[in-house]
Design a protein around this ligand. Structure first.
Ligand code: NDP
Length: 248
């Protein structure tokens, strides 16, 4: 039974990925959430038995919760973890300019989007090593691309920078993890109709009026396909949800 751990699983893309995975009876899903009492999580708990679905608490703003979560997950997953999907993320000042970026807010974005995933990967690494698929997926964004940055110069500057740093960590660490047979995947899930995705609606309405967000379900299906298709390689790539490669 392949096992998946998805962070930020209570809403948006993380919830979509969890629901998509649960459609297949052979998957075991661990939903990692900040709030164990989320309505969406309670609903999944009422739908799926404990031999298909488990919930653990993880807060990317509180690093100590991450190690505890990994200890708890180890009890739930005696055969290890096949797929670690670090999806939780925040974008809090997408329209701020260089002159108006709030540095405290930038720090919080950095904490959640960049630093916490390091702790997530290293805390869950023993479990991934024990698993069969040995895949670590990081949900990043096209806005993190240095190559494409001039085309989106004013969009989500601090958020883009935190995800670009995440990409760097993935590319460096992935090349090391490759040596022990662990695949690292960085994936842009598309522009998706979620709380986070809706914060950039005005930007796209102004800059590319024909562009429309994709549904959570579409994003979940695409993102999972990219994660499954990713091959073990030393050269870690940045994938669009379509499977196409994006420039770093
Ligand atoms: P949402 O805002 O819809 O959901 C964010 C999820 O992350 C929630 O489950 C939220 O939990 C969780 N989260 C936020 N902060 C923390 C924290 N401190 N600790 C633990 N969990 C936390 O966002 P999306 O679903 O749209 O985004 C998911 C990922 O996809 C993010 O990494 C984002 O950067 C990326 N992405 C999204 C795009 C889009 O268009 N939507 C485009 C490109 C990338 P809670 O409910 O407790 O706040």
């Amino acid at each position: 039974m392949p096992s998946y751990l998805v962070t930020g699983a209570n809403r948006g893309i993380g919830l979509g990925i969890s629901k998509e995975l649960l459609k297949s009876p052979e998957n075991f899903v661990v939903a990692a959430v900040r709030n164990l009492n989320s309505e969406s999580i309670k609903e999944l708990q009422s739908q799926y038995s404990q031999d298909r679905f488990a919930v653990i608490k993880i807060d990317y703003s509180d690093y100590s919760s991450i190690e505890k979560a990994a200890e708890e997950a180890a009890k739930i997953l005696p055969n290890g973890l096949d797929y670690l999907i670090s999806n939780a993320g925040i974008s809090l000042q997408e329209s701020a300019s260089f002159e108006t970026i709030d540095l405290k807010v930038f720090e919080e974005e950095l904490r959640v989007n960049t630093i916490a995933p390091v702790e997530v990967i290293r805390s869950f690494l023993p479990l991934v090593r024990k698993g069969t698929a040995k895949k670590i997926a990081l949900v990043t964004t096209i806005i993190s691309s240095l190559g494409l940055a001039p085309n989106m110069a004013t969009l989500a500057i601090s958020y883009g920078a935190t995800k670009a740093a995440l990409n760097m960590l993935a590319r460096k660490w992935g090349a090391v993890l490759y040596q022990e047979g662990i695949t690292t995947v960085t994936v842009h899930p598309g522009w998706v109709d979620t709380d986070l995705g809706s914060t950039i609606k005005d930007y796209w309405a102004q800059h590319k009026p024909d562009l429309k967000p994709i549904t959570v379900q579409q994003s979940a299906e695409d993102t999972l396909r990219v994660i499954k298709d990713a091959k073990l390689e030393e050269n870690i790539r940045l994938y669009n949800h379509t499977g196409a490669e994006l420039p770093w």
